[in-house]
Design a protein around this ligand. Structure first.
Ligand SMILES: *[C@@H]1O[C@H](CO)[C@@H](O)[C@H](O)[C@H]1NC(C)=O
Ligand SMILES: *[C@@H]1O[C@H](CO)[C@@H](O)[C@H](O)[C@H]1NC(C)=O
Ligand SMILES: *[C@@H]1O[C@H](CO)[C@@H](O)[C@H](O)[C@H]1NC(C)=O
Ligand SMILES: *[C@@H]1O[C@H](CO)[C@@H](O)[C@H](O)[C@H]1NC(C)=O
Ligand SMILES: *[C@@H]1O[C@H](CO)[C@@H](O)[C@H](O)[C@H]1NC(C)=O
Ligand SMILES: *[C@@H]1O[C@H](CO)[C@@H](O)[C@H](O)[C@H]1NC(C)=O
Ligand SMILES: *[C@@H]1O[C@H](CO)[C@@H](O)[C@H](O)[C@H]1NC(C)=O
Length: 914
């Protein structure tokens, strides 16, 4: 996104298609297009396929080539084609965002269009083709855009032949190579965009000498090194978004520079942390610049230099996401031209200077997520008549808002307000006079009682986003059944104490979540009118009655349906419609009965199905195995029964399954070894392992251009184990788990279990399993939890369990018929003795019973104390939060285990600062 696309709140807004659309002449060209060029275009079209999935999921606009038709002779009238009016030659081709998929190389007929001046191929999928060198033959080119189009490889040297090239955009193309220095031959270049290209090596200094260059974008190239040269006054640069290193004092010689962005780079540690003093030295040379954005997400430390207050022409100051400490210097309020001030995500303390009201032109103020505090007079902001965006969330402010008639005098008409965690006890009075709000976040305050009636009149025509979660609201005071904000897109009312029936948001709503309240009554039918909904979550309430059938097909765009933990009864609705987009269905913890309806097969995109804790009576739904995306299947604590037959050879069997929980049912017969052999996603997680953890979840599109709004919905999950609920507020992408506990499975544990190499949690406890513990379990080398307790397993514990399962944090083999010694000298001996209890034939540490010295390791009566084993280490694992992220398996539980295991397992995860 380029800040030059200035909307009301500057950076808060993104444009959906930041690509240049060439203006096409509306007049009919006098001359028809040339047949050879028409043929070349048709062949070009035929060399690609249309990526239907990309089209369906909105990641491209529409296939422009659809209008290209060999029957229509005049190719100049085709979508995306521009011809020279006099000659009929094709001079512009814009097939950006056209859902094209396929490879392209220098033999493509594209390169017969030698008169092309503008070529835009952005936002397609060229299948990682290398950038064709034949581009160098299009010698008339002035504009070339290959952004976000899945090209890869180096910039071909031939590009340097394009002497007319003025604009080159290769952003989001995977170059993974240095910038060739011949780029400095592009003497007509005015704009160069190489954002996020995986550039390596040194940035060629000569490029800065290009006489016409005005804009350089090089953001997010963490392996690129370089420095800025000494500049002279003739340099035309206007916009510079760059890595730093050292900034030369002559940066001040760039008289045209309007935008300087030193952000997004140097994560590599190359850059020493820059203290405020050095920072000031940079800044003082920038006194002529009007916009300043500093090292976003980088290493600035120290306090915000008061001398910034000398840059009196500055109208745009962005210091977000650094390490600035200290107070907000009152000198900043000398910057009376400021329209945009962003201090978000630092460690600033103290209060906001009341002189902020001097910034009369301020349009947007954001100090979210600092350590600011104290009383904050809302009045100081309301005097700023141009203020549209105000974000004060996540500090320790106590907001003071006057509530007398004087508050009705003319004041700021805000558009976006974030007052999360501001110790509010009631709806602030000033809201009564806000008629143009689009975003209102009052979450995590202390607001009690009913939502007052006057709120039903606040910004009824404009409000798009409303978050009132985490308060103590009890209901709506005389609101209409359907809430009044007619354009609302996002409504979050979670974690209040709302009573009464489920409120119905307006038809426009895309995201609706009201979980964790005390709502009761039945599901109102009006809910089924919400045909735009993507996310519907009313879990953890007391809603009763049946689920109306319409709830299974009311919205074509529904992605998530979560009604966990209510009092719903009757059958699972059976109206799941063809072509639906559901990815998560969670109906768990209700009283649903009967069988799983076969129409669930229509949910072809389903990733997550949780029907646990109901009263469903059915055989194993092996037919769900053909759902191509199913990741998580939870059927626990129901009345499922019978054998799980091994799958037929020609059947697709859960190709993406990672988590299956069948616990606490009445399954019997042998364990379904045939599935273990074919659950490929449990044996290899190609590509899902990444250095930083990723979570399972869903992104939803809200057609709402405010960046601060969440667009991801994380899946959460609860697995109940021996009465203990393990909560996963987020599910890490690499979690692979099988829980078949509490059934009536018999027979032996099949060797094929050893194929599921990505398993982290395996629970076969509380069944009737016999035979030995297979040595193959030792192949599950990243297993973190293993429970085989309460079966009839016999024989020795294979030593491989002790020597190979180095991540094992939880082990339970108690109450079986195991014999012999617990493998000596292995980590198994560091578990507590209750992991092994109830096996009379078992001996050795940590059990008190010693083994006899004979080779068979038979037990001796014993009375050793357990203290010598030092098992009192306590490690508290937090699933997430506090900026840390631990273990895939262990959610919010406390485990007694050695800290070296802790370090080994989790040190690989980076921690967020603070
Ligand atoms: C949309 O589909 C394309 C093509 O299959 C895929 O690469 C992309 O990741 C999808 N995007 C989303 C947001 O699902
Ligand atoms: C994409 O590239 C792969 C590997 O080069 C190739 O096998 C496949 O056929 C290509 N797909 C298309 C649609 O060109
Ligand atoms: C270029 O692509 C065409 C069609 O996709 C293919 O037939 C040809 O072998 C490719 N040429 C080279 C050099 O890769
Ligand atoms: C900042 O401005 C003040 C007042 O104009 C001046 O006295 C001071 O020298 C300036 N500071 C710097 C570092 O230029
Ligand atoms: C800037 O503000 C401070 C107090 O906030 C004031 O003393 C100083 O004179 C101001 N400087 C300029 C140049 O206006
Ligand atoms: C309202 O404003 C008037 C005039 O500015 C002032 O005299 C009066 O004290 C104000 N009332 C309150 C309650 O602040
Ligand atoms: C398994 O369960 C089914 C259904 O409950 C029952 O009919 C069958 O007899 C059981 N088989 C065994 C071996 O217990």
């Amino acid at each position: 996104m380029k800040p030059s696309l200035a909307f009301a709140c500057f950076l808060f807004f993104v444009t959906l298609f930041p690509f240049t659309v060439f203006s096409l002449s509306s007049e009919q060209p006098a001359v028809l297009c040339h047949s050879d060029e028409r043929l070349a275009l048709m062949q070009l079209k035929d060399s690609f396929i249309i990526d239907k999935q990309a089209l369906a999921n909105g990641s491209c606009a529409y296939p422009k080539v659809d209008s290209w038709d060999s029957q229509s002779l005049d190719c100049c009238s085709w979508d995306g084609i521009e011809c020279d009016q006099n000659t009929g030659l094709v001079i512009g081709l814009d097939i950006s965002s056209s859902c094209l998929y396929g490879s392209i190389n220098s033999t493509s007929t594209l390169f017969r269009l030698v008169h092309l001046q503008k070529l835009n191929l952005a936002k397609n999928h060229f299948n990682y083709s290398v950038i064709p060198y034949a581009l160098g033959n299009l010698s008339m080119l002035t504009n070339l855009n290959l952004s976000s189009s899945e090209f890869s490889g180096q910039i071909p040297l031939e590009i340097s032949n394009l002497h007319r090239l003025s604009s080159l955009d290769l952003s989001y193309v995977d170059l993974a190579s240095p910038i060739p220095s011949v780029l400095a031959n592009l003497s007509s270049l005015t704009s160069l965009n190489l954002d996020s290209c995986g550039l390596q090596g040194m940035f060629p200094l000569a490029i800065f000498q290009l006489p016409k260059l005005e804009t350089i974008w090089l953001e997010r190239n963490s392996d690129l090194k370089g420095y800025l040269p000494e500049f002279n006054f003739s340099t035309k640069l206007k916009e510079l978004a760059f890595f730093t290193g050292s900034v030369p004092s002559t940066l001040g010689n760039l008289p045209n520079l309007k935008f300087l962005n030193l952000g997004y780079n140097s994560f590599t540690g190359e850059l020493p942390s820059i203290n405020a003093k050095t920072f000031y030295l940079y800044i003082i040379s920038l006194s002529i610049y009007l916009k300043l954005k500093v090292l976003l997400n980088c290493y600035f430390t120290g306090s915000v230099p008061p001398t910034l207050g000398n840059l009196t022409k500055l109208y745009w100051l962005d210091l977000q996401i650094n390490y600035f400490t200290g107070v907000i210097p009152s000198e900043l309020t000398n910057l009376t031209q400021l329209t945009f001030l962003n201090l978000k995500g630092n460690m600033l303390q103290g209060s906001v200077p009341s002189s902020i009201s001097r910034l009369e032109k301020l349009n947007s103020f954001d100090c979210d997520d600092n350590r600011l505090g104290g009383l904050l007079e809302m009045d100081a902001f309301l005097e700023l008549k141009d203020l549209q965006c105000l974000f004060l969330s996540l500090n320790d402010f106590t907001l003071v808002s006057r509530n007398d008639s004087n508050a009705t005098r003319p004041q700021a008409q805000l558009v976006n307000i974030g007052l999360r965690y501001c110790h509010l006890r009631e709806f602030p009075y000033f809201l009564r006079h806000q008629h143009g709000l689009q975003l209102l976040d009052l979450s995590s305050n202390n607001i009690q009682g009913k939502i007052p009636q006057w709120m039903s009149k606040v910004s009824v025509e404009t409000l798009l986003f409303l978050d009132l979660s985490n308060n103590s609201l009890t209901g709506f005071d005389e609101f209409p059944l359907v809430l009044p904000w007619s354009k609302l897109i996002y409504l979050k009312l979670d974690s209040n104490i709302l009573r009464g029936s489920l409120p119905v948001p307006p038809l426009s709503t895309v995201f609706y979540s009201v979980s964790n309240n005390s709502l009761n009554g039945e599901i109102p039918e009006q809910l089924c009118n919400l045909s735009s909904l993507s996310i519907l979550d009313f879990s953890y309430n007391n809603i009763s009655g049946g689920i109306p059938v319409c709830l299974s097909n009311f919205s074509k765009s529904l992605l998530v349906l979560k009604v966990r933990s209510n009092q719903l009864d009757g059958p699972i609705p059976s109206g799941w419609a063809t072509g639906n987009r559901l990815k998560m269905i969670d109906l768990s913890k209700n009283k649903l009965q009967e069988k799983i309806p076969k129409s669930l097969m229509e949910c072809k995109l389903l990733e997550y199905l949780d029907l646990g804790n109901n009263q469903i009576r059915d055989a194993f739904p092996s037919w769900l195995g053909s759902l191509p995306e199913l990741n998580i299947l939870i059927l626990s604590s129901n009345a499922f029964y019978g054998r799980i037959e091994n799958p037929k050879l020609n059947l697709i069997v859960f190709p993406k399954l990672q988590i299956i929980d069948l616990s606490h049912n009445r399954f019997n017969g042998t364990l379904p070894w045939g599935y273990f052999e074919r659950w490929i996603s449990m044996s290899s997680l190609d590509g899902k392992n990444s250095p930083t953890p990723k979570y399972m979840g869903e992104s939803f599109d809200m057609r709402l251009n405010v960046i601060q709004v969440p667009r991801d919905y994380d899946y959460s999950m609860t697995i109940t184990n021996k009465g203990m609920e393990m909560k996963y507020p987020k599910i890490i992408r690499t979690l692979v788990a099988i829980d078949f506990s509490g059934n009536r499975f018999d027979g032996e544990i099949p060797e094929s279990i050893g194929k599921l190499k990505e398993l982290r949690l395996l629970n076969f406890s509380n069944n009737n399993l016999v035979g030995g513990i297979p040595v193959a379990i030792g192949k599950l080398i990243i297993l973190e939890a293993l429970d085989l307790s309460q079966n009839k397993l016999e024989g020795r514990i294979p030593k491989e369990l002790g020597t190979q399962l180095t991540f094992l944090a939880f082990l339970n083999v108690s109450y079986n018929r195991l014999t012999g010694f617990i493998p000596r000298g292995t980590q198994l001996q560091s578990f507590q003795s209750n992991s092994f209890d109830g096996n009379p034939g078992l001996c050795g540490k940590p059990l008190l019973k010693e083994c006899s010295n004979n080779a068979r390791g038979l037990p001796l009566p014993s009375s050793t104390s357990s203290e010598e084993f030092g098992l009192d280490w306590k490690v508290v694992l937090l699933g997430y939060g506090c900026g840390f992220l631990f273990g895939a398996v262990i959610g919010h539980i406390v485990i007694k285990r050695k800290p070296d295991w802790f370090a080994k397992t989790f040190s690989k995860f980076p921690t967020r600062r603070r």
